[in-house]
Design a protein around this ligand. Structure first.
Ligand code: IDP
Ligand code: MG
Length: 152
């Protein structure tokens, strides 16, 4: 049975600051499995669809402008409780509240420059994976020999 999948993206500030490798490493070391990865430029239409839940909020226009301002690195990570686990690796939305050891707690200071995105629920994850990746861009049926050392 396929395990849970979640969507993660290094935002333009993370890419610009050279944090891509560090950020990917956090999820790898935690034990999640990378099954999709691409660098891309987000179009305004894609950004509006992705952040649709925030439409009408005061920060929406700035958020769209920011997420389309430079390339992102989009990823799909798979594993037991992948969504909740990835959110914990990422840390609180506002970096000032993010615990040390989390990505935002170690690499970010400002709400509008918080380096990384992670889906907030398995339902959001499915929706976001669907808008960022085509089916044939995701790896299926790849069993890693180390899996038994990561999850029962
Ligand atoms: P999340 O990224 O932790 O899921 P959301 O509430 O979904 O947080 O907000 C999406 C993104 O919008 C945040 O990561 C942050 O970059 C930005 N954002 C959220 N709230 C504000 C705000 O009040 N001012 C500016 N930017 C915000
Ligand atoms: Mg969110």
């Amino acid at each position: 049975m396929a395990e849970e999948r979640t969507f993660v993206a290094v935002k333009p500030d993370g890419v610009e600051r050279g944090l891509v490798g560090d950020i990917i490493g956090r999820f790898e070391k935690r034990g999640l499995k990378l099954v999709g990865l691409k660098m891309m430029q987000v179009t305004p239409a894609l950004a509006q669809e992705h952040y649709g839940e925030h439409k009408g909020k005061p920060f929406f226009d700035g958020l769209i402008k920011f997420i389309t301002s430079g390339p992102i690195v989009a990823m799909v990570w798979e594993g037991k409780n992948a969504t909740g686990l990835a959110r914990n690796v990422i840390g609180a939305t506002n970096p000032k509240d993010a615990a040390p050891g989390t990505i935002r707690g170690d690499f970010a200071v400002d709400l509008g420059r918080n380096a990384v995105h992670g889906s907030d629920s398995p339902t959001s994850a499915e929706r976001e994976i669907g808008i960022f990746f085509k089916k044939d861009e995701l790896i299926e049926g790849w069993d890693r020999t180390i899996h038994k050392w990561i999850a029962e």
